[in-house]
Design a protein around this ligand. Structure first.
Ligand SMILES: [Zn+2]
Length: 157
């Protein structure tokens, strides 16, 4: 089920994929919503994928406000976990995540619960997460053709 797609094996490819998915309508700041003057910070002094908003001056990465934020787990492993759980809803356990993506059970358990909550409508997540990221997670449909996301209207996003 889990393929050797670069987004599942390479954290930079995974980040580029998420950036393209989240900001397909244009880059915006997750702090203030500003769409102008956001710029990528380059160079060795900045961690990869860091942006700065020209309006509120705050820095952000693609994971801000998502279930992936503040996680030490590489993004490619997150995408693998999401893909696994999205393609077989209700049948993948935290133990299976641990085995498949190669993390500790404690980490797998946290990932399992974050993803499961994100896949439910009343998850109490931030609006930004629900509106933007969860919808975009279903882009994985293109990689896992069997998986059909529920209609947008049914999920209130
Ligand atoms: Zn901003």
């Amino acid at each position: 089920m889990v393929s050797s797609e670069p987004i599942f094996t390479d954290k930079d490819a995974a980040r580029a994929y998420l950036e393209a998915a989240r900001w397909s309508d244009g880059l915006y700041c997750p702090h203030c919503g500003g769409m102008d003057k956001c710029r990528k910070l380059g160079g060795k002094s900045h961690r990869p994928g860091l942006f700065q908003c020209g309006e509120c001056r705050k820095q952000f990465t693609v994971t801000a406000g998502t279930i992936f934020q503040r996680s030490k787990v590489p993004l490619n492993k997150w995408l693998m976990a999401v893909s696994l759980m999205a393609s077989s809803p209700g049948t993948v356990s935290a133990f299976q995540l641990q085995q498949t993506i190669g993390v500790t059970y404690k980490t797998a358990w946290v990932m399992f619960h974050r993803i499961r909550e994100a896949m439910h409508e009343d998850c109490g997540m931030t609006l930004d997460l629900r509106r933007k990221t969860i919808a975009r997670l279903y882009i994985l449909k293109s990689i896992e053709p069997e998986f059909s996301p529920p209609p947008r209207t049914a999920r209130g996003i």
